[in-house]
Design a protein around this ligand. Structure first.
Ligand code: SIN
Length: 323
C-alpha cells in the first residue's frame, strides 16, 4: 500500500438499488446496498490502485429526496478529508436524479484542488447488466489520474464538469450531458482522455465563506428559502404572490428562450424583487444560456441551469446572512 487513501462516500441512489426480480431495471428500490458492499462487489477496484479505499456512508437516500442537510453533511466530510495529506481523492456514490445539483453545491463550497468524483448508475445493482460497477471503476480511474482536480461526474465512460453536467434522459445508461460544451473527457479502459483542462477549484471567497456559514447551521430552517418557478403558456402570478407572502427569500425563474417571462408572471416578479426578494432568470432551454441585454430588470443566472442557479442563490443568501 502507498499509504495514501481514496475516500469513497456513499449517499445511496440506483447504484445502491436492488429489485425483488433479478433483471428488473425500473421496478427497484434505490439506496439499499451499503457503500462498503458496493466496493466489495468490484474486486477489480483494488487492483487499480495501491491506495487504501476508505468508505463512509454519509447518507442512504433516493437522490430525488436530496436536501440541504445532506449536502451540509457531505460537504463537511469532503472538506475534512480534502485537507488530510494522505487523502488523494474523494469518490461519491450518488443517485442520478440530483447528481448535478450535489456536484454544483460541492463545487461552490469546497476548495477542491484534489479530485472529487461523483458517480452513479442508471440500473440497480441487481440488474442483468448493471452499469454501477464500471462507473465505479471509471470514477476511481479518474480519481487516480495525475493532475486531476475539482468536482466532476463520471458515468457511461464520460467525465463531466460540475458546472455543465445535466441529467438529460430518464432511462438510457448514458443519461448525462454537458450540453453544447461537451464532456470534459472520456474514460477508456482506465485511461482518461481529456477534451479540456480539469476544473480545479481554487479557494475562493465564496467557498470559504459558504463553508463557514454551512458549518454554523444547526437547524434546517436556517437554510435560505429559494424556490424555482417556470414560465409557460398560461402562467399566472398567483404562485409568486403566494410564495412572497410565505416568506420566500429567492426565486429562480426557468424562463422561456433567452430569459423571457410570461407577462402575468413578470409583473409580480418585478414587484417581489422591489420588495427585497432576490429574483434570478435562467432558461428552460436544455442547452445554451441567457444572454443579458441592456435594460434587463431581473438579473440572469450567468449560464447556470435553474437547479444550479437556485444553489448559487441559496449560498449567496447564506453568505450574506453570515456577514
Ligand atoms: C436516485 O437518483 O437516487 C434514483 C435514480 C438513479 O440513481 O438513477
Amino acid at each position: 500500500m502507498s499509504g495514501q487513501k481514496i475516500v469513497v462516500l456513499g449517499t445511496g441512489g440506483t447504484i445502491a438499488g436492488t429489485s425483488a426480480r433479478a433483471g428488473d431495471n425500473i421496478g427497484y428500490t434505490a439506496a439499499q446496498v451499503g457503500v462498503e458492499h458496493l466496493l466489495q462487489a468490484v474486486p477489480a477496484l483494488q487492483a487499480l490502485t495501491d491506495c487504501h479505499l476508505h468508505t463512509e456512508q454519509v447518507a442512504q437516500i433516493d437522490s430525488k429526496d436530496m436536501d440541504a442537510p445532506v449536502w451540509r453533511a457531505l460537504a463537511l466530510r469532503c472538506a475534512h478529508h480534502l485537507q488530510e495529506t494522505d487523502v488523494r481523492a474523494i469518490v461519491i456514490t450518488h443517485g442520478t436524479d440530483t447528481l448535478e445539483e450535489t456536484a454544483w453545491f460541492l463545487d461552490q463550497v469546497l476548495a477542491a484542488d484534489k479530485p472529487v468524483v461523483l458517480t452513479c448508475a442508471m440500473r440497480p445493482a441487481t440488474a442483468l447488466t448493471p452499469d454501477g460497477p464500471q462507473n465505479l471503476l471509471d470514477a476511481v480511474a479518474v480519481a487516480l489520474t495525475p493532475g486531476a482536480g475539482g468536482v466532476v461526474a463520471v458515468a457511461a465512460g464520460e467525465v463531466h464538469g460540475a458546472r455543465w453536467v445535466q441529467k438529460v434522459h430518464p432511462y438510457r445508461v448514458n443519461a448525462f450531458s454537458s450540453g453544447d460544451i461537451g464532456p470534459l473527457g472520456f474514460v477508456e479502459e482506465g485511461r482518461v482522455r481529456l477534451t479540456r483542462a480539469w476544473p480545479k477549484n481554487q479557494p475562493s471567497a465564496l467557498s470559504g465563506k459558504a463553508l463557514a456559514a454551512i458549518e454554523n447551521i444547526v437547524d434546517a430552517a436556517q437554510w435560505p428559502r429559494v424556490e424555482i418557478l417556470m414560465s409557460h403558456a398560461g402562467a399566472s402570478g398567483a404562485v409568486v404572490n403566494a410564495l412572497v407572502r410565505d416568506g420566500v427569500q429567492g426565486l429562480v425563474v426557468a424562463c422561456t428562450g433567452n430569459g423571457t417571462i410570461h407577462q402575468a408572471l413578470e409583473t409580480p416578479l418585478v414587484r417581489a424583487q422591489a420588495s427585497g426578494v432576490r429574483v434570478v432568470r435562467s432558461t428552460r432551454c436544455p442547452e445554451g444560456q441567457v444572454l443579458p441585454k441592456p435594460g434587463d430588470v431581473l438579473p440572469d443566472s450567468f449560464g447556470l441551469s435553474p437547479v444550479k442557479a437556485r444553489i448559487t442563490l441559496m449560498l449567496d443568501l447564506l453568505g450574506q446572512g453570515a456577514d
